[in-house]
Design a protein around this ligand. Structure first.
Ligand code: CP
Ligand code: NVA
Length: 308
């Protein structure tokens, strides 16, 4: 079974194949003036079920469109509309039912453990659409965006600036799997997962930690960030924002990076917190390309999951 749970769990070569397939599918889509429905796709006449425990704009739209363009169909359910979400049915029983109705499932959930548990019970491929621990689909598409703008990411230097969260965890895994350097500019109390940092170390990942963002973005090809307060974060918001203030990406900080450095944001953005309007809307920003590339990245992920 080909689950897409985390970048660390998919073989490097497979990830490269998925990325190349995403590029190929995007090229076809652009050539056919955005009406491309793959005739040879593995998703043709298959059903993608999407379950959301948290809100989503990009993930929901891009997965839905991806599946339609691959010639398949979709059903979206908010977990609060399911018996599982109300605590009225077990995950074991739910897994049996959804395995019978669908060919591939995408889950956005609060607890990563729920995803892992479901992956062991379900009889169809499962895709991580974001958990408190990681967001691999985002990073796969971000690598695609980087390579479109700058060429191979292999050997490039990127910086993650801001909160050490689920997306930064996937960025660390991406750095190891796609062989780029990642400068983590994150305050001490908001560091990414220790387990992932240790995993990266064991794989000789090029991850460096900086307390001063000005030093961390020096000469980088790309600065990545995300909201300081993630969905479901149980923190003192004002305190966290105060502690992250010097990690805001603004004109002053960005001048320490290469002049043609890309600015990436997972989105949605809290303008004025982690990034200023000027950087979001400025020449370095590729945030809208990133959002659009979720479509192409996920087409390739769905295709890979269904190709076994
Ligand atoms: N970046 C991202 O996953 O966005 P959504 O929360 O809108 O899906
Ligand atoms: N870190 C953010 C990402 C949103 C796409 C969150 O988990 O809310």
């Amino acid at each position: 079974m080909r689950h897409f749970l985390d970048l660390s769990q998919v073989d490097k070569v497979e990830l490269k194949n998925i990325l190349n397939n995403a590029k190929k599918m995007k090229k076809n889509y652009m050539q056919d003036k955005k009406v491309y429905v793959s005739k040879s796709s593995n998703a043709r006449d298959k059903l993608l079920l999407m379950i959301f425990e948290k809100p989503s704009t990009r993930t929901r739209l891009s997965f839905d469109l991806a599946m339609r363009q691959l010639g398949g169909q979709t059903i979206v359910i908010n977990s609060t509309d399911m018996h599982l979400g109300k605590g009225e049915e077990t995950i074991e029983d739910t897994a049996k039912v959804i395995s019978g109705f669908s060919d591939v499932v995408m889950l956005r959930t609060f607890k990563h453990q729920t995803l892992v548990k479901l992956s062991k019970l379900i009889q169809v491929p499962l895709i991580n659409g974001l958990t408190n621990h990681s967001h691999p689909c985002q990073l796969l598409s971000d690598v695609l965006t980087f390579e479109e703008k700058k060429g191979s990411i292999d050997g490039a230097k990127l910086a993650w600036v801001g909160d050490g969260n689920n997306v930064s965890n996937s960025a660390i895994e991406a750095a190891v799997q796609f062989n780029f350097s990642l400068n983590l500019c994150v305050p001490k109390n908001y560091m990414p997962s220790k387990k992932i940092l240790n995993w990266a170390k064991s794989r000789k990942g090029k991850i460096e930690i900086f307390n001063d963002p000005k030093k961390g973005v020096k000469d980088v090809d790309c600065i990545m960030t995300d909201k300081w307060i993630s969905m479901g974060d149980k923190v003192d918001k004002n305190k966290k924002k105060k502690n992250l203030k010097k990690f805001q990406i603004n004109d002053n900080l960005i001048q320490y990076a290469k002049s043609d450095c890309l600015f990436m944001h997972v989105l949605p953005a809290a303008r004025g917190d982690e990034v200023t309007d000027k950087v979001m809307d400025g020449n370095n920003s590729v945030v809208w390309d990133q959002a659009e590339n979720r479509l192409h990245g996920q087409k390739a992920i769905i295709d890979w999951c269904l190709s076994n």
